[in-house]
Design a protein around this ligand. Structure first.
Ligand SMILES: Cc1cc2nc3c(=O)[nH]c(=O)nc-3n(C[C@H](O)[C@H](O)[C@H](O)COP(=O)(O)OP(=O)(O)OC[C@H]3O[C@@H](n4cnc5c(N)ncnc54)[C@H](O)[C@@H]3O)c2cc1C
Length: 280
């Protein structure tokens, strides 16, 4: 079985700031990490490898510095990595990004057929959650989003069973391979890198694929040219201020409940009507 995991190197969101004048993200000095949902995808792929045997290839599209993320993936246990990097990819929106990644996966499939593609649910910087479904559409893969766990894999029948978190609960879904899964973050505990894999991560050559190596002939589908999205403005919303209302500090539980009901009825009559607190 061949699993391809797509990961994105992102700035640590806890340390991101937006430039007050240009409204662009200030990346300088912000440490780069593997997108947390993508780490969960790597872990899930490695667990499949442990259980069923698999070759795990980790793929990223990004600047040359993204190599560090791939070395980390090797340290966790990935077998192979590919860095998709070319000036021609610069300025890509999610459409152009998923096109380039899909082409690279197609190319990887020429070496060994790809049974499963895994991505994170979304990134913590772009946040669109579009790239996974975009790849699935282009490669005509079964799409399983918001997956918390892969519960079963029947390789001889070419079937996979997953748990998918939805608003109403957990769905158990069985579908055929090849498929693309977008992973949730909290589904598994990320393993520690082993010492042999850490040494391998230092030594292993990270192949860099440019546009030609990825087999992309149509330059109008990548980079800025292939990106119809325009970010016209980015701004931080002004926090809305709310007046606090003090109710008596000496009230018992019933008194507090009554005071809250009074506030709701007088200050938020519409909400009070909606929840049946007062009759219209
Ligand atoms: C007009 C425009 C121009 C842009 N120009 C640039 C630019 O010049 N440089 C730049 O860095 N970004 C640029 N971006 C942002 C870039 O489009 C996004 O970073 C990229 O498409 C991923 O989107 P996302 O972060 O929302 O990923 P999501 O769709 O939220 O990601 C879902 C999953 O897809 C996978 N994934 C996402 N991106 C990658 C990747 N690159 N490699 C491998 N797997 C991935 C991961 O598994 C991830 O968890 C631009 C965006 C727009 C709209």
């Amino acid at each position: 079985m061949h699993i391809v995991v797509c990961i994105k190197q992102v700035p640590d969101s806890a340390q991101i700031r937006v430039h007050p004048v240009t409204n662009t993200i200030m990346r300088q000095g912000v440490p780069a990490i593997i997108n947390p949902f993508d780490l969960a995808a790597i872990e899930e792929a490695l667990q499949l490898k442990d259980r069923y045997g698999a070759r795990v290839t980790v793929l990223t599209m990004g600047p040359p510095q993204a190599e560090a993320a791939l070395r980390k993936a090797i340290a966790y246990g990935a077998d192979d990595v590919v860095l998709l990097t070319d000036r021609a990819f610069a300025g890509a929106d999610t459409l152009a990004t998923s096109f380039a990644l899909a082409q690279a996966i197609r190319k990887l499939g020429e070496e060994e057929a790809v049974d499963l593609v895994m991505t994170g649910k979304q990134t913590i910087d772009g946040d669109t959650a579009q790239v996974g479904p975009g790849i699935a559409k282009r490669l005509d893969l079964q799409l399983l989003t918001y997956v918390s766990e892969i519960t079963d894999l029947d390789l001889s029948a070419g079937k996979i069973t997953v748990q998918r978190r939805s608003e109403g609960g957990v769905q158990v879904i069985k579908t055929r391979l090849p498929a693309l899964i977008t992973m949730l973050e909290s589904s598994n505990t990320i393993r520690f890198a082993s010492m042999p894999n850490m040494f391998r991560a230092e030594r292993q050559v990270v192949p860099q694929w440019n546009r030609d190596r990825a087999g992309i002939e149509d330059a109008s589908k990548i980079g800025l040219k292939g990106s119809p999205t325009v970010v016209s403005k980015i701004f931080t919303p002004r926090p809305s201020s709310q007046r606090a209302k003090m109710v008596g500090a000496d009230l018992d539980a019933t008194g507090v409940a009554n005071a809250v009901l009074d506030v709701l009825s007088s200050d938020h009559p519409r909400f009070a009507r909606e929840i049946g607190l007062v009759t219209p």
